[in-house]
Design a protein around this ligand. Structure first.
Ligand code: COA
Ligand code: AMP
Length: 626
């Protein structure tokens, strides 16, 4: 079957397409309705289906004779540890930890926050929640206490699963002070913390609140899977929106399992038994979908890597892992490839390894620039595939299709729409843009299975943020265009979200943090081009009167304020003090123009600008500092 005919089929009869995909999984009860609407008038897939995601990821494979196959390979250059879990072993660990949770009174529908580094116990914790129907919410280990507190307040977890710390290259990051500070700040109080002590950074336990992970496991008994409704939530994953409050993206059990399984077949062409490696972090959606759930649901071996593309110990580390575990499908972010390119431009480290097992390199998280694409394609001599997706979708919305024989790659494009994604490019007046012309990237409703059914406890915000601007469509927040052959090019966010080294962050949130400093009268944060990280946030700040002489000190305070409140991952390191910000006559800050000036790219001055001379002031300030 060709991509074109299958895609057309998925549009003309989406229900038949997704019923057939659903039939590839083991349900306790097959859904009686494939697509329906819930009480909020929002679309839902697979009503009446009874399922369990952990069962699909583990029990099913053991029952079918895959028990001795490696399920999870843990490789941690930062701690010098390697460990393999077969499907039988992983199932045992997950069932036992699910027993720990139930012995503590955790039940279906309860929430659990997971704040852990890239260790197998984090995956075990996620799958254990899935096994008993508890809803996990993993918080990326690079986020600071304030971000964790926001998520605790919103998710209201019964327990927090935490590691005592992580390692950033050779720097130890103790997690306990971060969790304690978050608990002090949060108004919601969980019943306790389950602490995984790591030998390089043990933490003090708070009596009556902190419980030792392996102490609990030693006393636990395994528990079976809970039979769940397809619509039951599997997890909440918070992602940056345009304001300080992150959005709690909800993922259901049924649609998610079907969509991920389907993507493993069509997009990644990953057969059961093959080795799949997504070099991301479990704190991001790529980690949820392609380190944990999709490879296991498909019966692959997944690799959990605790390290960086460089310096752990060198820029050959990715290639070493691919050789050592005979990885077939590899997935990472373009920024990681750029980091490797910078350190090993000629590929001296690359050529030390045997990469014959590798079939594809998939890239996402940000646009793959043509230079990076060409460099890595020449090095690997294998298909390099840029594909586009978001936390909201949970899997690729644009891609190329390894399972259907790949169509020719066009560098700079993220490919063509995935099944039942009816993607359109619209102008501000909602008309369709002709090919080659940029507009807002939207998707006609209903969204396919696996996409977010809503926001955690806030469907009003879901409707307002995603479904209101273009009625009948989901608005992705990205801009882009489509060429005459149907290839889509994503050109970047058209809202206040930026991507810094593959990490999604809100400039609006950074502005709120800067504005909270006593010296700041007004500010704008924009994402400027960065050779390594794609984008980095840069602050433009107007100080209150008579504070100019303290500028150096204020600059340092503003930088550490963002680092303390969001985390080091924000990479907020540059502040420009300006007299005024460019605005429209109605007072709207012209952030796009500031960004264009900083990036030295072309821009159009709107006729509504309040005072055009402010642009020269910004240019002068930028020139002065550089
Ligand atoms: N815990 C604590 N701190 C963390 C962290 C974590 N899990 N992850 C990152 N940080 C810190 C880093 O130590 C760094 O701190 P510093 O400013 O004190 O040096 C800061 O956050 C920025 O980190 P990072 O963005 O990772 O930059 P880097 O310069 O250390 O590394 C890359 C650059 C490109 C190698 C790295 O960003 C990378 O591997 N990116 C790929 C990201 C990815 O896979 N994203 C998934 C999307 S698919
Ligand atoms: P996240 O929700 O963290 O996965 O970030 C989603 C955002 O990352 C998207 O809205 C895009 O702006 C960007 N993004 C992800 N993949 C790509 C890609 N292949 N090309 C361009 N932008 C991408």
């Amino acid at each position: 079957m060709s991509y074109d005919s299958l895609y057309q089929q998925s549009l003309s009869d989406a229900e038949a397409f997704w019923a057939a995909e659903a039939a590839k999984l083991d349900w306790f009860e097959f859904p009686h309705t494939i697509l329906d609407k819930d009480g909020d008038d929002l679309y839902r897939w697979y009503k009446g289906g009874k399922i369990n995601t952990a069962y699909l990821a583990l029990d099913r494979h053991v029952n079918k004779g895959r028990g001795q196959q490696p399920a999870l390979i843990y490789d941690s250059p930062v701690t010098g540890t390697k460990k393999t879990f077969t499907y039988t072993q992983l199932l045992h660990e997950v069932s036992l930890f699910a027993g720990v949770l139930t012995s503590l009174g955790v039940r279906k529908g309860d929430t659990i926050v997971i704040y852990m580094p890239m260790v197998p116990e984090a995956v075990i914790g996620m799958l254990a929640c899935a096994r008993i129907g508890a809803v996990h919410s993993v918080v990326f280990g690079g986020f600071a206490a304030h971000e964790l507190a926001i998520r605790i307040n919103d998710a209201r977890p019964k327990y927090i699963l935490m590691g005592s710390g992580g390692k950033e290259i050779d720097r130890v990051i103790p997690y306990k002070p971060i969790v304690n500070a978050a608990l002090d700040e949060a108004y919601f109080k969980p019943e306790g913390c389950i602490v995984l002590q790591r030998d390089f950074v043990t933490c003090e336990m708070t009596p009556g609140f902190d419980l030792d992970w392996y102490d609990l496991v030693s006393k636990a008994s395994p528990v079976p899977c809970e039979i769940l409704d397809a619509w039951d939530p599997l997890y909440i994953l918070y992602t940056s929106g345009t304001t300080g409050a992150p959005k709690g993206i909800v993922r259901d059990n049924g649609g998610h399992a079907v969509a991920l399984h389907s993507s493993m077949e069509y997009v990644y062409n990953a057969d059961p038994g093959s080795v799949f490696w997504a070099a991301s972090d479990i704190g991001w959606v790529v980690g949820h979908s392609y380190i944990v759930y999709a490879p296991l649901i498909r019966g692959c071996t997944t690799v959990l890597f605790e390290g960086k593309p460089i310096k752990t110990p060198d820029a050959g580390t990715f290639w070493r892992v691919i050789e050592e575990y005979k990885v077939n499908t590899f997935f990472t972010a373009p920024t990681a490839i750029r980091a490797i390119k910078k350190e090993d431009h000629k590929g001296d480290l690359f050529y030390k390894y045997d990469l014959r097992s590798l079939r594809y390199l998939f890239l996402a998280g940000e646009r793959t620039d043509v230079n990076t694409y060409e460099w890595v394609s020449a090095l690997l001599q294998k298909p390099v595939i840029d594909h586009w997706w978001q936390t909201e979708s949970g899997y690729p919305m644009l891609a190329n299709y390894g399972g259907l024989g790949l169509f020719p790659v066009k560098p700079g494009s993220a490919g063509k729409p995935n099944f039942s994604f009816d993607i359109r490019i619209l102008a501000a007046d909602h008309s369709e843009m002709p090919s080659g012309h940029e507009g807002a990237v939207v998707i006609r409703l209903p969204l396919p299975p696996g996409c977010m059914p809503g926001l955690w406890n806030d469907n009003e915000r879901f409707i307002k943020s995603y479904l209101t601007e273009f009625p009948g469509y989901y608005f992705s927040g990205d801009g882009g265009y489509c060429d005459e052959e149907g290839y889509i090019y994503i050109t970047g966010r058209i809202d206040d979200v930026i991507n810094v080294a593959g990490h999604r962050l809100s400039t609006g949130e950074m502005e709120e943090i800067l504005a909270g400093h006593y010296a700041v009268a007004e500010c704008a944060v924009v994402g400027c081009n960065d050779e390594l990280k794609g984008q980095v946030p840069v602050g433009f700040v107007v100080l209150k009167h008579n504070l100019d002489h303290q500028a150096d000190q204020i600059e340092a305070e503003l930088i550490s304020r963002v680092r303390d409140m969001i985390g080091a991952v924000a990479s907020f390191k540059t502040v420009y003090f300006v007299e005024r910000l460019p605005k429209t006559r109605s007072g709207k800050i012209l952030r796009k123009i500031i960004r264009c000036i900083a990036d030295d790219s072309e821009y159009q001055v709107p006729s509504t600008i309040e005072d055009i001379t402010v642009l020269d002031e910004i240019k002068w300030t930028l020139g002065k500092k550089s």
